[in-house]
Design a protein around this ligand. Structure first.
Ligand code: SAH
Length: 267
């Protein structure tokens, strides 16, 4: 019986599984980490070309069956993926793939970001709404802190939609694949991400109004001048700024505001 508390929705449609493998574009002989192998349907396909595959499964009832069924290049790790150090899991860089439970997608993404110098590409199935927010372009209604926060670190490639009926049991939501490739040169910027969140604190307000008063030492006039310097209309709304424009504005503010300086712009 699939367990609700582990977000178990198993995929068995061979056509969908094949499309996930194609979309992931894991090269032959690559090392692979899979989160949530479940009954191992995707695992088996990935194992055909992988050099080594570590599949991380939290449900101990599934582990013995997985261990029995898998070829020798597959290792089943009985573990909560949220407690895993992705930086030390494999000696070389690896591809990460997973049809994972929806509720752990965002905390896992934070972990992938932290270990991004070890991960060549991330291919995950997430709830459609979350995928659309992560992949959204400036100006769209889905564009927000999650889009900027992820796109600052990664190239985001939205994949195909999967209907609830392709899963057993069917989830309440539609799913979409996403493929992320990191730029390993991008420095960590937790303050930038916090800044972006405050910039979006009210979507209906102008950016200036969201930021005014939030940065000590930077008043409305200073903010207006900064926006103009960046070629932006002072009455711009937060969702109209590209990731680069957010980063430039953030750095202009840091230069004027007291406090530690920020990392240089990513290449
Ligand atoms: N990939 C399989 C299963 C998807 S269901 C398939 O496509 O059919 C999600 C899987 O993730 C389940 O096997 C569930 O037990 C596992 N899982 C849930 N939470 C997890 C966690 N925190 N760490 C690792 N695996 C988890």
């Amino acid at each position: 019986m699939p367990k609700k508390r582990y977000g178990q929705h198993f995929l068995s449609d061979p056509a969908i599984l094949e499309r996930i493998v194609q979309f992931a574009r894991v090269p032959p002989e690559a090392d692979v980490v899979e989160i949530g192998p479940g009954r191992g349907t995707l695992t088996r396909l990935l194992a055909v070309t992988a050099r080594r595959l570590i599949a991380v499964e939290v449900d101990r009832d599934l582990v013995p069956g997985l261990r029995r069924a898998m070829p020798a290049n597959v290792e089943i790790l009985e573990q909560d993926a949220l407690g895993l150090d992705f930086g030390t899991l494999m000696p070389d860089r690896f591809h990460l793939v997973g049809n994972l439970p929806f509720n752990i997608a965002t905390p896992l993404l934070e972990r992938f970001i932290r270990a991004r110098d070890r991960i060549t590409a991330v291919t995950i199935m997430v709830q459609k709404e979350v995928a659309d927010r992560i992949a959204a372009e400036p100006g769209s209604g889905d564009y927000g802190p999650l889009s900027v926060g992820i796109q600052y670190y990664a190239e985001v490639e939205p994949g195909f939609l999967v209907q609830p009926g392709s899963f057993d049991p069917p989830p309440k939501v539609h799913s979409r694949l996403l493929r992320l490739t990191w730029n390993p040169e991008t420095p960590d910027a937790p303050r930038f991400i916090r800044f972006v969140r405050s910039a979006f604190s009210s979507r209906r307000k102008k950016l200036l109004n969201n930021l005014a008063g939030m940065q000590p030492g930077v008043d409305r006039n200073a903010l207006t001048a900064m926006l103009e310097n960046l070629g932006l209309n002072p009455s711009v709304r937060p969702e109209q700024l590209s990731v680069d424009q957010f980063f430039d504005l953030y750095n202009s503010i840091r230069e004027q505001a007291p406090g530690p300086r920020t990392p240089t712009k990513p290449i």
